[in-house]
Design a protein around this ligand. Structure first.
Ligand code: FMN
Length: 333
């Protein structure tokens, strides 16, 4: 019997989840990760205030499709009243979970007192959580935290306890401080310490890039669920490998042909879900195409060419050329 994490009525298989990524993990990306076995996905962060002022783009970010479930909509904000109102509005989209972002390090967000700025004001973090929990009714509210603001102020255990007391159903911990942004190494010890400090489930996040690091994170931190962000770039297969490990299924790494097929499928999805024309949608697809080509012979040159793609047929031709290059290399030409 496979293990699950239960948050209210939501049941999440204990394999690996997709962490939120603004500008990357949009619907097409989430659907690809889900198709390959992600246990759970989270939307790109959405401004609580933006929703309250009925920003159309913001509302699009909150839509949840059946194939993505279980899915959380992630909100950021620094005012409990706006958070409560935003939750109320987001409930229309029937998310399985509402997640509150208390980890975003970017100045635009931190400057408004939201994201990881809340790691410096734990009582406000708790108030925001309590407001969201009250507005959410029986929809679980989770909170995504960093280890602290800076290395001099690692306070995530205190923050996790405060949001637990405010009604959070789980916490996700990215083991970096705000000052680290995305550099350096994630500190998994803090995740283990949070696990020992609270009774709610703890999701571990930071530097999981393959099955081995995923298993290591479960073992070293005791976390309830691993969340993966950058390790899924051009690599939805990571979820398949991890799910196969836990579910006893077979897994073999994709061939270059399979990788290119999946890349093209992802690009088709980006184009079909985009409200823009094909050329504009391809701008969005470029970085993904480049990620799928990572780590192969000659990929630096091909990745550069991905950033010039302006149509699906060009992507198809480039994928064909890329496969040929790998084949001729393998044939020793
Ligand atoms: C491009 C990018 C966008 C991100 N956007 C969000 C976001 O919207 N909300 C959030 O909570 N975290 C966001 N994060 C942080 C990730 O969810 C994750 O915590 C971090 O990347 C560490 O995990 P990793 O080592 O698996 O990448 C973002 C990270 C990246 C790289």
């Amino acid at each position: 019997m496979n293990r699950t994490v239960e948050l209210g009525k939501v049941s999440i298989p204990v394999t690996a989840a997709l962490a939120p990524m603004a500008g990357v993990a949009d619907r097409a990306y989430r659907l690809m990760c889900k198709k390959f076995g992600a246990a759970y996905v989270v939307s790109e962060m959405v401004s609580a205030k933006g929703i309250c002022y009925s920003d159309k783009k913001t509302a699009q970010l909150c839509t949840v499709t059946e194939q993505e479930r279980p899915m959380a909509v992630q909100l950021f904000g620094s005012e409990p009243e706006f958070m409560a109102k935003a939750v109320d509005i987001v409930l229309k989209y029937e998310p399985d979970i509402i997640d509150i972002n208390m980890g975003c390090p970017v100045p635009k967000v931190v400057g408004t007192g939201a994201g990881s700025a809340l790691m410096k004001d734990i009582s406000l973090a708790a108030e925001i959580t309590a407001a969201a929990v009250k507005a959410a009714g029986d929809v679980p509210v989770t909170v995504k935290l960093r280890s602290g603001w800076s290395s001099d102020d690692i306070n995530v255990c205190e923050a996790a306890k405060a949001v637990e007391a405010a009604g959070a159903a789980a916490v996700a911990v990215h083991g970096r401080t705000r000052d680290q942004f995305y550099s350096g190494k994630a500190d998994w010890n803090v995740i283990r310490r949070v696990k020992g400090s609270v009774s709610i489930p703890v999701f571990g996040n930071g530097d999981v890039t393959d099955l081995n690091s995923c298993l290591k994170m479960y073992e070293e931190t005791g976390c309830d669920l691993v969340m993966i962000a950058r390790g899924s770039y051009g690599n939805p297969f990571i979820f398949k490998e991890i799910a196969a490990h836990f579910n006893g299924g077979d897994y073999s790494p994709p061939t270059v042909e399979e990788k290119m097929q999946v890349m093209l499928e992802h690009i088709r999805l980006i184009i079909s879900l985009s409200e823009k024309n094909e050329e504009m949608a391809m701008h969005e697809a470029r970085k993904h195409a480049a990620w799928y080509m990572n780590g192969y012979y000659g990929s630096a040159k091909f990745r550069g060419r991905c950033y010039l793609l302006s149509s699906y047929s060009e992507a198809e031709a480039l994928a064909g050329e890329f496969i040929e290059l790998q084949r001729s290399r393998n044939a020793g030409c």
